[in-house]
Design a protein around this ligand. Structure first.
Ligand code: PFF
Ligand code: NA
Length: 452
């Protein structure tokens, strides 16, 4: 069963797979979430723990996802059931794929709302409406946007349509074409913004904030956040990378490929931090501003800087591109499943799923206005979905995938696909059997039973 190709097509080359998977990985998690959680958790020491999580837990799990997808060449549910059967395990492992698809749908519903905010900020930056605003005014502008469901609905709808139309185009005409255009643009934009940040007088302070390690600053909670974020940022635990792996050619080395993807995602997060914090510091703003860091603090900063309108616009375009390629990957596994399972046409599958996630998105955008009274476990819909996916479903998916790869899949199959030297294979295997599941289980326990 190892040399088949997927019915959906294959990536044109190893680099296209790398860029497509990097497109999935690099998103709001890198440019919006990573800088603000770094800010909230005191900088350097947090960054170091995050890097360790990526290397010790994230990369090995990503290798497992890729090889499971590539070996089975099917959507995540069927990939897992096939490999389980082939290894003499239970078909129930397919449930991980099911939970993963559900996570994708739930993440999309709030991701698209934030994607919509980003589109709105592209417009606001281009028109220069926020030039010269104070922090209070910028905060008020953001609040007005959150409290305005009609505007949010428009942007959320646009973002959903942009995403669905690429997925509907299929692997080669849709996702691959988008990848070829968007990923190089993303890297260029990021470099331009980094150059801009380096020209500000806050650069040294920004650098110091991110790389000066002071373990006195590190809290137990920060460690939990770092590990949780390593799943979200690498798009792990939900079958996305498995689905993308099922379109990967057999020739490419999984280890090297995955290391490249992990390195690129990390690099973008670090560079995003290095682009944002200097701008924050050179304007005397607070790095620990939380989720509003990007939507409130940055517009204030850009509004006071030379060429701020230009670079502010470029910045939000960058975030928009990154969010778009990630959103595409949130939907692809389920679309692949609908096509394979129900013999739907891709266009039908994409639109069907699109309508569902668009509807769920409305519940999220209403969290700040007409649905603000609706709470689950004390959280509005938006925060609740962010919480259960990033903090519970993805880590749980990650543990189960690791256990599956480590204990159920036959060693011979794993070795066949991974082609690692014996010592590296042993390390990987130990990570799957013990390190990754235990580390993540500990985190999961404390995320559910917070210390404070
Ligand atoms: N990795 C994306 C980010 O960092 O923004 C988020 C994400 C995309 C998570 C796709 C999961 C996924 F399947
Ligand atoms: Na990411």
């Amino acid at each position: 069963m190892t040399n088949k190709t997927s019915i959906h097509g294959s990536w044109a080359s190893r680099w296209i797979f790398i860029l497509a998977a990097t497109g999935s990985a690099v998103g709001l998690g890198n440019i919006w979430k990573f800088p603000y959680i770094t800010g909230e958790n005191g900088g350097g020491a947090f960054v170091l723990v995050y890097l360790a999580c990526i290397l010790l837990v994230g990369i090995p799990i990503m290798m497992a996802e890729v090889f499971i997808g590539r070996r089975a060449r099917k959507n995540p549910i069927h990939a897992l059931t096939d490999i389980a059967e082939e290894s003499g395990g239970s078909k129930a492992w397919g449930l991980i794929g099911f939970m993963g698809m559900l996570s994708g749908v739930l993440i999309f519903s709030f991701y698209s709302v934030v994607g919509g905010w980003v589109l709105h900020y592209i417009k606001v930056m281009l028109t220069g409406e926020m030039l010269g605003v104070s922090a209070e005014q910028a905060g008020a502008t953001f609040d007005v946007l959150l409290g305005d469901p009609k505007t949010l609905l428009g942007w959320h709808t646009l973002f959903s349509i942009m995403t669905i139309s690429v997925v509907a185009g299929g692997i080669n005409k849709g996702i691959e074409t988008a990848t070829r255009i968007m990923m190089p643009s993303l890297f260029v934009l990021l470099l331009i913004l980094l150059g801009y940040a380096m020209s500000t007088d806050g650069f040294a302070q920004g650098w110091d904030f991110m790389f000066h390690v002071d373990f006195g600053q590190l809290t137990w909670n920060a460690t939990l956040v770092a590990l949780g974020h390593s799943f979200f940022t690498l798009s792990l635990g939900m079958g996305t990378i498995m689905a993308y792996g099922s379109y990967m050619t057999k020739k490419a080395s999984i280890g090297k490929t995955v290391l490249t993807i992990g390195a690129l995602d990390t690099l973008v997060a670090l560079v995003a931090g290095l682009a944002i914090f200097p701008i924050i510091f050179s304007n005397g703003l607070n790095p620990g501003a939380g989720p509003g860091l990007m939507f409130i603090s940055l517009p204030v900063a850009f509004g006071q800087m030379p060429l701020g309108q230009l670079f502010g616009s470029l910045f939000f375009i960058l975030v928009g591109v990154a969010a778009w390629t990630s959103a595409i990957s949130l939907l692809e596994p389920t679309v692949a499943f609908l096509i394979e399972k129900f013999e739907m046409k891709r266009i039908t599958a994409s639109i069907t799923l699109g309508v569902v996630v668009w509807g769920l998105g409305i519940a999220c955008l209403g969290s700040f206005s007409f649905l603000s009274d609706v709470t689950l476990f004390g959280k509005n819909t938006f925060d609740f979905l962010d919480y259960i996916t990033a903090n519970i479903m993805l880590p749980l998916g990650g543990i189960l995938i690791a256990l599956f790869a480590g204990w159920v899949v036959k060693d011979k199959f794993a070795q066949d696909e991974l082609q690692l030297s014996d010592s590296i294979y042993t390390l990987w295997n130990i990570s799957m059997k013990f390190t990754a599941p235990i580390a993540v289980a500990v985190v999961l326990y404390f995320l559910i039973n917070p210390l404070t």
